[in-house]
Design a protein around this ligand. Structure first.
Ligand SMILES: CC(C)(COP(=O)(O)OP(=O)(O)OC[C@H]1O[C@@H](n2cnc3c(N)ncnc32)[C@H](O)[C@@H]1OP(=O)(O)O)[C@@H](O)C(=O)NCCC(=O)NCCS
Length: 166
């Protein structure tokens, strides 16, 4: 890896879907796993477009299902790179449902980490991120969420190590 790398703005990916009955959970709302699949796909598209490489999800740093999504809803999913490491990208993704009268209701928010790969599937460097005006808050939030995720991961590893000793 070289020390210099290009720097670029990230583009927001937008993905619209209509929720079908086969995506419902037993309560009749959209199943969280199907929502996650749409988030993961939209985030992958954002990561691939930014890095211009093949990419994979490494972690879901945080996800919050704030409001239910119904069968028959038109949903809009957005995903944008809001922070980068050396080979990784943090993507903020949000899912909104169309509530009519040109209004959207935010239902789900998530932060995911993706890694860029070279042709040998080795993690490879991503461009520097040029933050767009208005993205500073999302960038700060991504850094906080990443710190919290690392702390949670360490606590989890400690608990698992203690369990092994029992
Ligand atoms: C992603 C993967 C290549 C990382 O492997 P690795 O040996 O840890 O690679 P590296 O140490 O070079 O880490 C690559 C990047 O991932 C990050 N990373 C790796 N494990 C991580 C974890 N548990 N939490 C957060 N970030 C992590 C590293 O910080 C690094 O980012 P940086 O270069 O910006 O600092 C490997 O775990 C993998 O192939 N996982 C499967 C991915 C997959 O198939 N996803 C599809 C969904 S199942």
């Amino acid at each position: 890896m070289t020390d210099t790398r290009p720097s670029k703005h990230a583009e927001e990916m937008i993905n619209w879907n209509l929720v079908f009955p086969n995506q419902a959970n037993p309560s009749g709302n959209m199943f969280g796993g199907d929502v996650m699949a749409i988030i993961d796909t939209t985030a992958a598209m954002a990561a691939k477009r930014f890095s211009e490489t093949q990419v994979s999800t490494v972690t879901v740093e945080a996800v919050h299902f704030a409001k239910p999504i119904g069968v028959g809803d038109n949903i809009k999913t957005t995903a944008k790179i809001v922070d980068v490491g050396n080979t990784s990208m943090i993507i903020k993704a949000d899912v909104y449902r169309d509530i009519g009268a040109n209004q959207l209701e935010k239902c789900v928010s998530a932060f995911l980490k993706f890694v860029a790969f070279d042709n040998q599937r080795k993690p490879t460097r991503v461009p520097e991120l040029k933050l767009a005006p208005g993205d500073e808050q999302a960038n700060r939030l991504a850094q906080e969420v990443t710190r919290a995720a690392i702390a949670r991961q360490k606590a989890f590893e400690k608990i698992m190590a203690e369990q092994v000793q029992i």
